[in-house]
Design a protein around this ligand. Structure first.
Ligand code: OAD
Length: 244
């Protein structure tokens, strides 16, 4: 890859990776749109139909418990693990994820901004406290906070704003990145989709890894077609050769 040969990275370079559902697809976690999506599963469709505001209901948690149980049987794949290797190598490597499955943490990633929250956490609608809910099945559905209020999943729902502090940190990283990887996202959900565009506009080399072209493809520096768990380890091998 000619472009990669031209990159001028060193261990202090600021590298940012944005991931979407596609990075977990080869672990067995269904994506949200298109072939292999969660909505191909009738149980998921039925459960999602009973989930809704105010989000601390039994219906919502039954849907999330179905997803949590599914993810509990999945393991991080080679794409997740490559991102950990990159974080170990670069002093300034940051991961921004739209995924709520927690697989980046399970793989060993540490500097992770979870734009859409995490399904292994609950949040109290009354006082905003965030609590870990690492075990499935839950003891009670809905789970109850120590204050007596039913918790909601600590996950951004459609139409809800992202946590301001997390979004600002993601925007700042995107503006300053030298290399920005965008992996396994359809790029249709804002504001996540704006990050690679901002990075490109700010001068980063943006490399997309996706099994198919996306709405972001025309705007990136290089788009590599394929499965993240296959492509990412190879891309990392190629990148490593260019580092001073
Ligand atoms: P999508 O389901 O919209 O897109 C998944 C992308 O991954 C698609 O572009 C696929 O082509 C690609 N893909 C699938 N398998 C792949 C593989 N093995 N290797 C590489 N690419 C692969 O998921 P997201 O873009 O993450 O929001 O969706 C964004 C947000 O929409 C999600 O975070 C979720 C959803 O509503 C919340 O939960 C708040």
């Amino acid at each position: 890859m000619v472009l990669i040969g031209k990159l001028n990275l060193n261990r202090k370079s600021l590298i940012v990776a944005l991931t979407g559902a596609g990075v977990s697809a080869e672990s067995g976690v269904p994506i949200f749109r298109g072939r292999g999506s969660m909505w191909e599963n009738e149980t998921a469709r039925n459960l999602a139909g009973k989930s809704g505001p105010p989000w601390n209901t039994r219906g919502t948690w039954e849907f999330y418990e179905w997803r949590r149980e599914l993810v509990s049987r999945c393991e991080p794949n080679a794409a997740h693990l490559t991102l950990v290797e990159m974080e170990d190598f670069f002093y300034n490597f940051y991961l921004i994820t739209q995924n709520v499955d927690g697989l980046h943490h399970r793989a060993g990633s540490r500097k992770v901004l979870e734009l859409h929250g995490n399904m292994w956490k609950g949040r109290c609608p009354r006082d905003g406290e965030i609590v870990d809910l690492p075990k499935t099945p839950l003891e009670t559905i809905p789970p109850i906070h120590s204050c007596g209020e039913a918790l909601r999943p600590h996950v951004v729902q459609f139409g809800e704003p992202l946590e301001q502090k997390t979004l600002e940190a993601a925007l700042d990283l995107s503006r300053r990145a030298e290399l920005f990887l965008v992996i396994g996202t359809s790029g249709v959900v804002s504001p996540a989709r704006d990050l690679p565009l901002l990075a490109r506009k700010s001068g980063a080399v943006v490399i997309e890894v996706n099994r198919e072209p996306t709405v972001l493809t025309p705007y990136v520096t290089l788009s590599i077609r394929g499965m993240a768990a296959e492509i990412l380890p190879k891309l990392w091998e190629d990148l490593k050769k260019t580092i001073n």
